[in-house]
Write a protein that binds this ligand. Sequence first.
Ligand code: BES
Ligand code: MN
Ligand code: ZN
Length: 505
Amino acid sequence: MEFDFPGVASNAVQADLLVVPCHEGDTPLKGYAFADAVSKLFLKGDFTGKRGQAMILPSNGAVAATRICLLGMGKGEDESVRAFADTLCDVFRGSAIDTLKLKHVAVALEVELKHRGFKPELVGRAVADAAIFGSYFFRRLHTKDKHTKRQFAEKVSLVGAKNKELKAGVEKGATVAKYACLARDLVNEPSNFMKPRDLAAAAKKMADETPGLKCKIIEKPEIEKLKMGSFLGVNAGSDDPARLIVLEYNGGKKGDAPVAFVGKGLCFDTGGYNIKANSLGMKGDMGGGAATIAALGACAALKLPVNVVGVVPATENEISGKAYHPGDILISMSGQTIEVDNTDAEGRLILCDALTYVQRTYKPAVIADMATLTGAAVVAVGNRYVAVMGNDQSTVKKMLASFETVGENAWQLPLPDCYDKLLDSPICDMKNIGGNPGTITAGLFLQRFIDKGQKWLHLDVAGSALYDGENWGLWNSKTPTGSPCRAIVQFAEDWHAANKGKGKK
Ligand code: BES
Ligand code: MN
Ligand code: ZN
């Protein structure tokens, strides 16, 4: 996808389609120099500017572009930059792009920038997000023409406005969206093509192509030396050896404590001996890991002035003569012992060792882990929200604000002490399940592996990463979303902005 800023008024741009955002009212085209000429192309009343209404008309010379798309932005509460991005996204994924073979789309911005005083940088990001997510399609495994030849927009011109912030917004938005699409691709790949070694290779390839990004793959013999008994317990049943993927980007001051991301890289979750009745969709159990990998790529590509580390434990959870059993006791890297009451609660077992590893190796300023951890999260917050937990309220608030900035939803859940004791085991330090509320007891389990004073966040993305709804805002129907990649890249940037000048930590 190419973006350009030809520096002309909207009526002068040569394109296959000029998208004209219109706000609801008697004169939805108010504010555009070409309002009179374009109003003649349709019957008054046919287009009101109601949010989501989209009307494609031949321009008949009213503007230089071949066609016009009047796009309803609604009024009042409906009008926000986020709504603008969401609504515009529908144009890019709409069938007209393919059937009319529209390659070059221009977006008229004279009204958007003035109407509500939307910040140019955010408008730029919105256009980039809408164009890139609206054109997202996992094409690799299609062979039929209607898919392999499906037309998407190739070039987007931003017209009717030109300024530095708008351009910077497009550049940032496009970079982050591109990496979020990498996360989508990794999750879309089926488990027969996305083994732990493939996930590791994808991270390595990305790092090789991105200046400033380092990738280290820790292989199973070394994982054994590190005594990651919990992670290895989950891996035991799989023919594919576990890998710990470590990505480092040092854009900040030398020696500054990094922001650490830890993502669940469960390449397939059968449930183990507590077998799932239906494991369809469980190729996506590495969604948190994919978002972590992609976020590191985005931080490096954006050259953020911050140190960031990403750690992804990668394995499958399988059944075989070597697999772990219910009742087994695993000795984690932290030394704490864990009774496996349920082999299907494996995500926390691989994350706890990764959390110990990242604390010992990097002494991070803050850690955010992300995982498709519990089906209960889908019950608690649905698939349009991320469940956010943490041990420090001001850090939780920062994360919620970063979600807000990128237009993604997050909902905080508490980590109350009263539920922590549900994890106690009569036979060792703890059990790996604590019953209801399942998302919270999973968070409390992870919290037992966080050192005193270590700021830590836990993001359960079981719903949001594996979205299976209809097209919704920037999220495409029944396609992994890349969530929470965009929010955590924003978090790394915001973390730096809030802490710069404060020295170490
Ligand atoms: N990967 C699953 C959670 C999941 C379920 C993610 C559905 C996305 C959609 C996780 O490993 C799991 O199996 N969790 C169990 C925990 C239970 C055994 C305490 C669950 O949610 O049922
Ligand atoms: Mn499971
Ligand atoms: Zn799982």
